[in-house]
Design a protein around this ligand. Structure first.
Ligand SMILES: [Zn+2]
Ligand SMILES: [Zn+2]
Length: 141
């Protein structure tokens, strides 16, 4: 699975006229170190040794910038805070409406009808993903 690396981050930031800062590099490393689907708060805790002055709003702003640049995927959950996914390969998710848990779904889905419909509406679609929501096995059990 492909995650963004430091070079991806440098390139994307420069291409969008954004500065490459130590803070952005540390937050990238923290997100990758945590693996899948971390919350901003988890990323804050993972990075605060190296960035003692870091605040949660700054983490959110940086992650939202990464999301806009296509370097992470922001996953809205039915409950609790958004999760951030550093895995760039297309994949799909299950989200729990009660506890906000997020898991990958190991399936391949033909999203081309949705992409074509978006194109037919005059949009320029880039990607499509499926989010299945409901109750996770712990909440359902
Ligand atoms: Zn749950
Ligand atoms: Zn994922």
């Amino acid at each position: 699975m492909r995650t963004m690396d430091v070079e991806d981050l440098r390139e994307a930031l420069r291409a969008h006229g954004q500065r490459v800062t130590n803070q952005r590099l540390v937050l990238l490393a923290a997100l990758r170190g945590l693996g899948h689907h971390a919350t901003a708060e988890e990323i804050l805790h993972a990075a605060e040794d190296r960035l003692p002055a870091l605040s949660l709003p700054t983490v959110y702003a940086t992650l939202d910038l990464f999301d806009r640049l296509g370097l992470v995927r922001k996953i809205a959950t039915g409950a609790g805070p958004a999760r951030y996914d550093p895995v760039l390969d297309q994949h799909h998710h299950f989200t729990c409406r009660r506890c906000g848990a997020v898991e990958d779904l190991p399936v391949s889905v033909d999203a081309s009808p949705a992409l074509r419909a978006a194109a037919a509406g005059g949009h320029v679609p880039a990607s499509a993903e499926v989010v299945v929501s409901g109750l996770c096995r712990r909440c359902a059990g």
